[in-house]
Ligand binder design. Structure first.
Ligand SMILES: *[C@@H]1O[C@H](CO)[C@@H](O)[C@H](O)[C@H]1NC(C)=O
Length: 274
């Protein structure tokens, strides 16, 4: 499984070509220095001139293997371009996330404290759900390929790939620093268990801690119904059929019948904690 993932990412790097952008710690330091200069610069023209020192400052590669977040969930990951890692966004009220969702992948319930979101499904169907505030009701629907929906700022929302092939999403934000709060970890891992326990009907501290220990990393496996349909198991292991399918896809990729994007986000299993 690991070797498949290595091959996939190696091939992504290959198709992306040899980049002139410095990588690793040097890249991080340069981004950091430039970001602070940009924040100190009061005018948009001044910020443009700082960025204009290299055309690379204007370009962000969402399939750069260095950007794959670690740790990542069992069934995909989200790559973000924000003020934190793409200085060109600073002061421009934009950011973007690209989700690489494996079969049945679930982008777990979360909210963005500083931005609404326009979410586009690419390459398959996503079921989504959202609730905005007390008194507003829960909304759910299905986005087919190239359909989009809006999640208002502060709303709790999630998406799940309801197919057995990888799907991507593109999430546009109206802030260079939208932020993200995952609801399960915030409630069960970050808030004090005694207060959470009583607020849930006095269920007990141990019960809160038991739930906290089970919370998976994002992107997580989705509903059991979807896993059953696709022949996947929540334990994070590929079934023989799923392995065979991934190998077929990889062969097709190598023979040029698929684009790199058809691959990213395939779950690899076994290399993350939950
Ligand atoms: C931006 O960079 C280009 C290429 O180096 C240069 O010709 C141009 O004058 C620069 N613009 C500004 C406003 O600095």
């Amino acid at each position: 499984m690991l070797s498949l993932r290595t091959l996939v990412f190696a091939s992504l790097a290959f198709t992306a070509g040899v980049s002139a952008i410095p990588t690793g710690n040097l890249h991080k330091r340069l981004v950091n220095d430039l970001s602070h200069d940009l924040v100190d610069e009061p005018t948009a023209l001044g910020r443009f001139k700082l960025l204009n020192q290299s055309i690379n400052n204007f370009i962000f590669n969402f399939v750069d293997p260095n950007l794959v977040p670690s740790p990542k969930g069992k069934d995909g990951f989200v790559v973000l371009a924000t003020a934190a890692n793409f200085p060109a966004t600073i002061g421009n009220n934009v950011a973007m996330g690209v989700g690489f969702m494996g079969p049945c992948g679930l982008n777990v319930p979360h909210l963005h404290p500083r931005s609404s979101e326009l979410l586009l499904s690419l390459g398959g169907s996503l079921v989504f759900g959202t609730i905005t505030e007390n008194g507003g009701s829960f909304i759910t629907g299905t986005l087919k390929d190239h359909e989009a929906t809006v999640f208002p700022v502060g709303s709790i929302h999630f998406q799940q790939n309801i197919g057995c092939d990888p799907v991507q999403f593109v999430a546009g934000f109206g802030s260079d620093d939208p932020g993200r709060l995952d609801i399960g970890p915030a409630l069960f891992q970050d808030l004090p268990a005694d207060y959470v326990g009583v607020s849930l009907g006095d269920i007990g501290v141990k019960e809160v801690e038991d739930i906290a220990a089970k919370i998976p990393l994002n992107v997580a496996w989705g509903t059991q119904q979807c896993l059953d349909t696709c022949g996947l198991t929540r334990a994070g292991q590929w079934t023989p059929d799923a392995v065979a399918k991934a190998k077929r896809q990889f062969d097709e990729f190598m023979s040029g019948k698929m684009k790199g994007r058809d691959f990213a986000g395939l779950p690899t299993g076994g290399d993350s904690k939950n």
